[in-house]
Design a protein around this ligand. Structure first.
Ligand code: AMP
Ligand code: FE
Ligand code: FE
Ligand code: ZN
Length: 289
């Protein structure tokens, strides 16, 4: 792969990926990527290590984060790109998100116990040293305990949205989420809109009007979960709402089978001009790049 490609959506072992931040950046450099962003869920803890590794290897690095929000239809994800060292407000907000995550994880362990599958938080923690643990870790622990044969079975039967032990997570509104990230001076993108089963062109059109007014700058058009038609809807609506485009693999290492860094399921290519356009906008806004 030539150096003209980038990946602006990845997860390390700090959240629910499996690569250490430095190893993820090394992989990106080995692939010849021009740039990579680390966008762990609810945590900035991997950014320093990833940034240092990127500097040493001469690959461009973007400090990112991914947070979840909830509207009437369900969960949506936001990416904050160019996250600075966190303000006190952001540190507190991220700590709250991780606490809500931990409470929800415990509630799912309680439900699993009620279903005859006792599992302790220590056993989940044994799967990962990360600080934003979630369902992928519970799924692994369920496999390790022999309760299910595969992580897929864990999601299908127990912790997926229709599973017997599923508990929804407490989430902030899209407006709060966008304003939180924007308040830090980050570039805010709506991640993988069509990962939501209920998303339609009409609904996305409506959402983007509001989201842009609250500070959204970009739409993640290029993502492993989007087919060609959905990419096209994203590029059309981004143009309509004067939003920039972003894209990435949503790589999670061994926690998401079949999703490779940079290329996703194989044919994802995020061109370098995507990053240049985001940078140019930030420069025009007087923000750091
Ligand atoms: P959480 O943040 O704890 O709600 O967990 C969300 C993570 O679980 C995401 O990274 C998804 O990739 C993963 N996930 C959600 N549903 C499934 C599923 N049906 N099969 C496998 N992984 C899933
Ligand atoms: Fe994830
Ligand atoms: Fe996401
Ligand atoms: Zn992600």
């Amino acid at each position: 792969m030539s150096g003209r490609y980038i990946d602006l959506h990845t997860h390390s072992a700090i959240s629910d990926g499996t690569d250490e931040p430095a190893d993820l950046v090394k992989k990106a450099a080995r692939l010849g990527l021009a740039a990579v962003a680390l966008t762990d869920h609810d945590s900035l803890a991997g950014l320093a290590e990833a940034g240092e590794t990127a500097r040493a290897l001469g690959i461009d690095f973007v400090r990112g984060v991914e947070i979840a929000v909830r509207d009437d239809f369900g969960e949506l994800h936001l990416l904050g790109l160019w996250m600075p060292e966190p303000s006190a407000r952001m540190r507190e907000a991220l700590a709250t998100l991780r606490r809500q995550r931990a409470e929800r994880n415990q509630a799912m362990l309680d439900a699993l116990r009620a279903n005859g599958m006792p599992l302790t938080m220590e056993e989940v923690r044994a799967v990962s040293k990360g600080e934003a643990l979630g369902r992928p870790h519970i799924a692994r622990a369920l496999v390790d305990k022999g309760y299910v044969a595969s992580r897929k079975e864990a999601f299908d039967r127990y912790i997926g949205w229709s599973g017997a032990a599923f508990v929804p997570r407490e989430l902030v509104s899209p407006k709060e989420g966008i304003q939180l990230l924007r308040g830090e001076g980050a570039t805010v993108a709506l991640a993988h809109p069509f990962l939501s089963r209920l998303m339609t062109r009409e609904r996305l059109d409506d959402l983007l009007s509001d989201f842009r007014a609250w500070g959204l700058s970009a739409l993640e058009a290029y993502h492993n979960a989007h087919d060609a038609r959905q990419v096209r809807i994203c590029t059309d609506l981004a143009a309509k709402h004067k939003l920039l485009l972003t894209g990435g693999s949503d790589y999670h290492g061994d926690n998401k089978d079949g999703i490779a860094l940079a290329v996703g399921r194989g044919n994802l290519r995020v061109p370098h001009w995507v990053l240049s356009a985001l940078r140019d906008q930030r420069k025009r806004q007087g923000l750091w790049v």
